[in-house]
Design a protein around this ligand. Structure first.
Ligand code: FES
Ligand code: MG
Length: 590
């Protein structure tokens, strides 16, 4: 039962339960032992959790250790008692084999904490890629009042007078290194220049995307997502977030009041306008499933593809996080979309007002960084959802198709949106790294590069490896990108127009498992299809042969969690969640 319905806080069941004085005493005595008083715990003041995702192992979110002080002040001042606790660390760039593996683990851990401890509400500290969906997924499942606080992006990076953006500079520096234009130490210097301060990736990678979408969904305060981590505004935002969660508990405003179908629709539209990451459909689907909202993958195309790109941020554009904030951040983007009727304005924000009321009339402060709707960077900037005989669903971020790619593959006057070529198939990133630069392979500008064995089961958690650079001998000839298709993910900081998140993956015996190097594959962006040009009979025969061999082979699990995740994880087109977890919804109310 909710606090509003009973007039009683959830935490009273632990700290003030006359029916069970025995356990009440036990719960109380241990929460007193660091100096909290009986009076504080039994005063009827809400107990607010601070789900701390920052740590030395999670540098992108580490600044939350500092922000937590201002959060606590806000919570205390509004009448709450703060209890901070750690969330399983997820560092996108530091975790082996992939941080993707840890999203569902952090989710599981956070569900147990939110459900099993005396918390009336929670502040979710979000930032680095997977920390945001993990926290929102858990809040959705448990459904106690929850608000997200972003840590904010790093300051802009600079190298030789140019902005260097997280991740995006890595792809560029790798090409320079492969072409022999820079040495190893310059490579490291270039990459490190993109990280000048505390905070998360300053590009429109998965972190900026997911923090922007948390705001678009209504789960964080308006105008909060884009504030750079070191800015004073970020501290103030922490304070206001702390104050607000206490009010939310009093109002009994829960994730289910915010995360409606309209909210997800708004997030999809915003994602197109900001040039958001290809990881967003996976994570939003996962959050939607845990709150019980239908969000088919095709919605990303039907509701999002026709939306133009307004935010000029790397990798699709030029600018970085500080510029995005100064130009107006999410509310300025939403206001542009509202002028076209693209936003469902009655969706609620955690601040208790609608997104329409929060964002109406918010001006763009710098039109180089956020474009007005009628002069976008690009039309139709959302994702395409593709299918064919190699997979049932995959997505493509068309906003990052550059001129070189367009000229080479999409400019045949008879067939402008389609191309075909011979496949080269890599089984996992290690196979790719071992073979890519071997000229004996005969990779040409016509080759289509396939990555398989990189999905939620095959490379447990799904690796960000589908965007593959061409062999160095082609880069020196001026070929900077070949078409890439695969069952893994791609970093949101990558500017490659890959076809990725293919579901079902090879390890689940999707069609990619049947592909051979040398097969011709046709890609038609107009029809949104990818097909290997061999007969249905031949494909069926290959499937029979592969099943007889025991199926598509992938490396053994290295840890217990890898084995558990592989046994119960779903595919990326349905959010790659732990399938058995979906039925546990709104459990704090039961
Ligand atoms: Fe953490 Fe990009 S690596 S936000
Ligand atoms: Mg990433």
């Amino acid at each position: 039962m909710s606090a509003k319905a009973t007039g009683k806080l959830r935490s009273r069941a632990w700290f003030d339960n006359a029916d069970n004085i025995d356990m009440t005493a036990l719960y109380l005595e241990r929460y007193l032992n660091f100096g909290l008083s009986l009076d504080e715990l039994r005063s009827g003041r809400p107990i607010i959790g601070i789900a701390q995702t920052g740590s030395d192992l999670s540098p992108c979110n580490r600044h939350h250790l500092v922000l937590a002080e201002r959060l606590r002040e806000g919570i205390r001042e509004a009448g709450g008692i703060a209890l901070e606790f750690p969330v399983h660390p997820i560092q996108e760039t530091g975790k082996r084999p992939t941080a993707g593996l840890d999203r569902n683990l952090a989710y599981l851990g956070l569900v147990e904490v939110l459900y099993g401890y005396p918390l009336d509400g929670v502040v979710l500290t979000i930032g680095c890629d997977k920390t945001t969906p993990a926290a929102l997924m858990a809040a959705a499942t448990v459904n106690i009042p929850a608000i997200a606080l972003s840590v904010g992006p790093m300051l802009n990076g600079w190298h030789k007078g140019e902005r260097t953006g997280s991740g995006t500079i890595v792809w560029k520096a790798r090409q320079l290194l492969a072409a022999g234009e820079i040495d190893d130490s310059e490579f490291i210097r270039m990459v490190a220049s993109s990280a000048p301060s505390t905070g998360y990736c300053n590009t429109m990678g998965t972190a900026t995307t997911m923090n922007s979408l948390a705001e678009a969904l209504g789960m964080s305060l308006p105008a909060s997502a884009a504030i750079p981590a070191p800015y004073r505004d970020r501290q103030e935002c922490a304070y206001r977030t702390g104050r607000r969660i206490v009010e939310m508990v009093a109002e009994d405003m829960k994730p289910s009041d915010i995360l409606t179908k309209d909210a997800f629709h708004n997030a999809i539209v915003v994602n197109s306008a900001i040039g958001g990451s290809t990881n967003a459909p996976i994570h939003l689907c996962a959050i939607a499933r845990h709150i019980g909202v239908e969000l088919p993958l095709k919605d990303w195309e039907t509701e999002g593809h026709h939306v133009p790109l307004l935010v000029n941020m790397q990798p699709a554009g030029e600018y970085l996080g500080e510029d995005y904030y100064r130009a107006g951040g999410v509310p300025a983007v939403v206001n542009q979309l509202m002028t076209q009727g693209l936003i469902r304005e009655s969706a609620m924000n955690a601040n208790g007002r609608t997104i329409g009321d929060n964002c109406r009339g918010v001006a763009i402060e710098d039109e180089k960084v956020i474009r007005p709707f009628d002069t976008p960077l690009l039309a139709d900037a959302g994702f395409l959802v593709l299918s064919g005989n190699l997979f049932d669903a995959a997505i493509m971020k068309t906003s990052v198709i550059g001129p070189e790619f367009r000229e080479r593959y999409l400019s045949n006057p008879d067939d402008p949106e389609a191309f075909e070529g011979p496949a080269i198939v890599f089984d996992g990133p290690e196979d790719y790294h071992a073979r890519i630069d071997d000229p004996a392979f005969g990779i040409t500008p016509e080759t289509l590069m396939f990555m398989r064995g990189a999905g939620p089961i095959g490379y447990p958690g799904a690796a960000e490896v589908v965007n593959m650079r061409p062999p160095s001998y082609l880069i020196t000839e001026g070929i900077h990108a070949l078409p890439c298709i695969g069952d893994g993910r791609q970093s949101g900081t990558s500017g490659s127009p890959s076809i990725l998140n293919a579901s079902p993956e090879a390890a689940a015996m999707g069609g990619l498992a049947l592909l051979n190097t040398g097969d011709r594959v046709r890609i038609d962006l107009n029809k949104a299809t990818v097909d290997v040009l061999i007969s249905t009979e031949e494909l069926a025969a290959r499937r029979t042969a592969l099943v007889a061999k025991g199926g598509y082979a992938y490396p053994a699990s290295q840890t217990p969690w890898q084995e558990i995740q592989r046994a119960v994880v779903g595919q990326m087109d349905t959010g790659a969640i732990l399938e058995g977890a979906e039925k546990y919804q709104r459990i704090a109310q039961t």
